[in-house]
Structure formats: structure tokens, C-alpha cells
Design a protein around this ligand. Sequence first.
Ligand SMILES: *[C@@H]1O[C@H](CO)[C@@H](O)[C@H](O)[C@H]1NC(C)=O
Ligand SMILES: *[C@@H]1O[C@H](CO)[C@@H](O)[C@H](O)[C@H]1NC(C)=O
Length: 392
Amino acid sequence: MGVVAHWRATGRSTITAHRANRRSGSSQRERCCALVRKRTCSSVCAATVGFLLFLGVCLLHLPDPLTLEPVVSEENRAVTLLIWTYPFGRYRKIPDCFALYQIGGCTLTDDWRAYPEADAVIIHHREVATGSADLPPEPRPRAQKWIWLNYESPSHTSSLWRFEDVFNLTMTYRTDSDIFLPYGYLVPNEHRTRGLQNRFAHPLHTPPRSHRPRPRLLAWVISNWSESHARVAFYHQLRRYIQVDVFGRAGRPLPEDSGGGSVVRLLGRYQFYLALENSQHTDYITEKLWNAVRAGAVPVVLGPSRQNYERFLPPEAFIHVDDFPTARELARYLLMLRRNPARLRRHLDWRGSYSVHQPTFWAEHYCTACRAVRRTRGRTDVVRDLRRWFHS
Ligand SMILES: *[C@@H]1O[C@H](CO)[C@@H](O)[C@H](O)[C@H]1NC(C)=O
Ligand SMILES: *[C@@H]1O[C@H](CO)[C@@H](O)[C@H](O)[C@H]1NC(C)=O
């Protein structure tokens, strides 16, 4: 297990230090994997073991941002993080990072008067792109960092060209962001006793052998129906061969308090769920997938490539639209699984070893950003080629 330990040590120091790799497009996980490969595949007999390790180790470590935190040392001065706008103009209470995530040394504020002293300003893209807020005034205080915060996909992120050489750190769902926090991630059970994120992680369960099929087959929750989306075209195809229960503005009403929890309860009655992203981009895998995973409905995904999903989940944990030449074949496969519990189990057996963590918007983002500011203090960073990188 020397490999595991080694990567863990490397991982700690690289979570915010992968700017150099950004342009080459290599993610933290790919580097992790390259490293594991180098160390385990030197002899032929190690190849199989190496491959298993490669899967296990890389999957284990990529989506585990909170445990990468080294113990915060007391002598480090606390930092002030200024929240420039409320994302989408919606007020949220400012979190207590220590109480929630045991991230110490962070003063969060939304008071613009703190600007001259702030160590960092976190700036949500939408408001400065649409002009509902201006960027902070220049010249900025020396050593202050501006953090670009964005959780929309490139298709829904406008005016990027205006922000070249403006920001110092990026914070997005992309694995190669300076501050990486995805919409959700798996926590292997052996970490649960260690990490602080346990409190927020939902343990997943493999259904018992005696388990009967779920009463309902296939659901889809869709709030923004647009005929121009690939997912709507796909749905039109699929519904010819299989019953799809559609919920949301364009379908049946969602349960009353339609927060994440009630969607998860709804999906708990279904065997499969259509986790179709509004656009297809690197690492753009949203709560649609993670809600299904939490609910134990096997996600049928449309988004980035299968290979990209496999950075976040075991290969059998999801069914990719690209796995089938046509919507008809996909429908056939789902109906076949329904009749063959043993085959269906292949898509569920992995669950016993994991919990799922869905970071809280935006409390966890602010606290994670603040921790990164503490860690990168004294360093100069500039985000160049923002547009090219985000679209890559
Ligand atoms: C809904 O989809 C349309 C078409 O892609 C897009 O222009 C719009 O921004 C989306 N709305 C939301 C709220 O995501
Ligand atoms: C932040 O970015 C600006 C604009 O590119 C740059 O002038 C400044 O030196 C950077 N500051 C730090 C602390 O990285």
C-alpha cells in the first residue's frame, strides 16, 4: 500500500498547485494514475495488481477534497475572504467554517468595506458577467487574490473573454481548477472514520438479495425544457420504447418542498433515473447524477464521455447513453435488467463500499476557498486563458 500512502502525500500538496498542468489538460487524477502506473507496472506480474490499484486508488482519491486538508497550524494568521456578490442574487447566511467543516482561521464577510484588508475576494461569475455587479475596484491591494467562482457549464457562462488576466484562482466543478469542489463525490468507507466530511456523507447500501424490484421503472426530473438541448432530443427517442415518468415544469409536479431531499425520496421508488446534463462538457456532472446515486436509482447518463464519468464513479455505477448505438437498444437493456435481478445487481453491488457527499451551496464553497487562500498565501497566481481553459 506504499503507493496509496505516496499518492496521498503528493495529493495534499497538489490540490491547489496544478496550474502548471492546466494547459496540457491533465487532471490531478490522470497524474495520480500516471504515478501509480509508473510505480506498479515495472514487472509483468504486477500488471494486474497495478490495474486494480490504479482503479481503486484513483477513484478513492480524486473526489475527496476535504480530507486533503493538512492540520491548520496555529501560527498562521487568519485570513479574510470577502464574498463579493450572492450567487444569482440570492441571500445566504454566512457560514461558520469551523463549526461546519472544522476549517479554522477564516473570517468570511459580505461587507464591501472590508475590501482594502481582504486577503481574497470571491467573485461569482454570473453577476459580474451580466453587469448586475461590477468587479472590485483596481488597483487591488497587494497580495489580495481574486477567486473566480462558477458552477455553470461553458454553454451557460457568458462573456468569458472579458476576464482574461483578472483572476488569481479558479473555483469550479472541474478537477483541474485551482480550488476543486465537484457537485458530488464518493467517499470510500475506509475514509469515513477519518474525514470530517462524514457528518455530511450519506452511506450507500447494496440492496439485500431478497430485495424486490422497485415499483417504478424510469424517472426524469427536468426544470429547463428546451428543444435545442441534446437531452430533449434523446428523450423523444427513448420514450418510443420505454415508459419515462417526467417530473418538473414540463411534466408531473414535483413533491411540495422540492429541495434535494424530496427529489431523492421520489427517486427512491424508481429503478433507473435519467441524469441528463443540459450541455456536454469536461467534468460537468451535476447533482442530477448524485441525487440518483443517493436514492439507489441506477443513473442513465448523458454528459461528458464515459471515461470522464469514470473519474468520479466505478464503471458499473452508471449506464452511459453512448454505451448503446440507439435509444432503442438502451431501452431494451433497461427492460432486460428489470427482468434479471442478478444482472441488475452488477450495477448496485459497488454501493456497499461508499458514501456520497454533496457539498452544500455555497457554504462549503466559501469555506473550501478560504482554506485554499490560507494555503496559497504568499504565492502569486494569475489565471490566463480563462476562456480557452474553461471550454477545453
Ligand atoms: C434554459 O435553457 C436555455 C437554452 O439552452 C438557456 O438559454 C437558459 O439559460 C436555460 N435556463 C436556465 C435557468 O438554465
Ligand atoms: C492577481 O492577479 C493580478 C492580475 O493578473 C496580478 O496583477 C496580481 O499580481 C495577482 N496577485 C496575486 C497575489 O497573485
